[in-house]
Design a binder for this molecule. Structure first.
Ligand SMILES: *Cc1c(COP(=O)(O)O)cnc(C)c1O
Length: 340
């Protein structure tokens, strides 16, 4: 370990590391790609990404397991999802095997920045792609750049777990048949006003509803929901306009196959919120953050799990999935990609 961070106190912010991976797409082909130390990008003032937001991204983590290996969690699913995102924005797919290879190369090159086991910190990886040549009439770019950079991030639950307070949001995140199911920067640009407003009003996150009927629960700006019923069933919203979270899909598998719980992926109505025992937000960053309270236009829904700790089932899900990730519990075939 040649880099010495105060891992426990590291936040979630960009910290420049030594190496990043770059590949360019031109004349209908990707070049062979390489690692570079250059963290700056020079593109046309009229680049497709700058004018019409033609960009997609991914997020995953590298970390050190109990037995000292550096690993990443299910990068094949990030590769698949980025291909789906790219297709929806008329961008060329970055091939799956090359995506995984780029992630591996970026982690290997920055191995000194992978936090030690037990620190709670991880090396966050950000693969992304954008239209790089000039576009003024509205159409897809002809040239693209794919990159992966790495940045160390601190433990998510610094100072302990604090259940979140959500606000049922009056802004919409995604339209039916829109782009809610892909990981595109444009979904985040339009969520900024809603989250800044929510924070201003004292809420941690927004709960978005389906924009067609505003009766069903979708997700937050950057995490899927997982609910636990009073009889210990794990329920997650089904919708074509939510992002297919890899964490959520993994948690459902863990619930069923490791914990023997019943699981359900179905439409979840806002009216049902008061019937659930536990609620959590799931995504790569936190795995699960517990929700304690949901504010719906003057009405407060307090989850029975309370405002001080994770609910019992949420905690079991969290401990089991993080145990699998850290090598303390045997993983399903193919979930852990060992890099070093
Ligand atoms: C990335 C993301 C998630 C979480 O997905 P993971 O694969 O679990 O990290 C959930 N919702 C949105 C909108 C996202 O962009």
């Amino acid at each position: 370990m040649s880099v010495n961070f105060d891992w426990a106190n590291l936040g979630f912010g960009y910290v420049k590391t030594e190496w990043r991976y770059v590949s360019n797409y031109k004349n209908s082909t990707w070049d062979e790609g390489c690692l570079t130390k250059d963290d700056m990008i020079t593109i046309s003032e009229c680049a497709g990404v700058l004018q019409y937001a033609q960009t997609v991204f991914e997020g995953l983590k590298a970390y050190t397991t109990e037995d000292g290996h550096i690993v990443v969690f299910r990068p094949d699913l990030n590769a698949d999802r980025m291909i789906d995102s790219a297709k929806r924005l008329e961008m060329p797919a970055f091939p799956k095997e090359r995506f995984i290879d780029a992630v591996v190369k970026t982690v290997e090159a920055n191995a000194d920045y992978v936090p030690p086991y037990g620190s709670g910190a991880t090396l966050y990886l950000r693969p992304y792609m954008f239209g790089s040549d000039p576009v003024i009439g509205v159409k897809p770019a002809n040239e693209y750049q794919f990159r992966v950079f790495a940045t160390p991030v601190g433990p998510y639950f610094k100072g302990g777990v604090k259940p979140l307070t959500l606000n049922v949001c009056d802004f919409d995140r995604a339209a039916p048949h829109g782009t809610g199911h892909i990981k595109a920067g444009l979904n985040y640009a339009m969520s900024l006003h809603a989250i800044v407003t929510a924070h201003h009003n004292g809420f941690d996150e927004n709960m978005y509803l389906d924009s067609a009927t505003r009766t069903k629960v979708e997700e937050t700006g950057g995490a899927n929901f997982i609910f636990v019923t009073k009889d210990n069933k794990v329920v997650t919203p089904k919708s074509d306009s939510i992002l297919p979270s890899i964490t959520r899909r993994s948690l459902l598998y863990v619930a069923k196959e490791y914990l023997g719980l019943e699981t359900e992926e179905r439409e979840v109505y806002k009216e049902e919120l008061c019937d659930f025992a536990e609620c959590g937000l799931c995504g790569t960053a936190a795995v699960i953050s517990p929700v304690g309270k949901i504010y719906d236009h003057g009405k407060e829904i307090c989850l029975p799990s309370g405002m001080t700790a994770m609910g019992e089932v949420t905690k079991k899900l969290y401990d089991t999935l993080t145990g699998i990730q850290m090598g303390r519990i045997p993983a399903p075939e193919g979930w852990i990609k060992v890099i070093k």
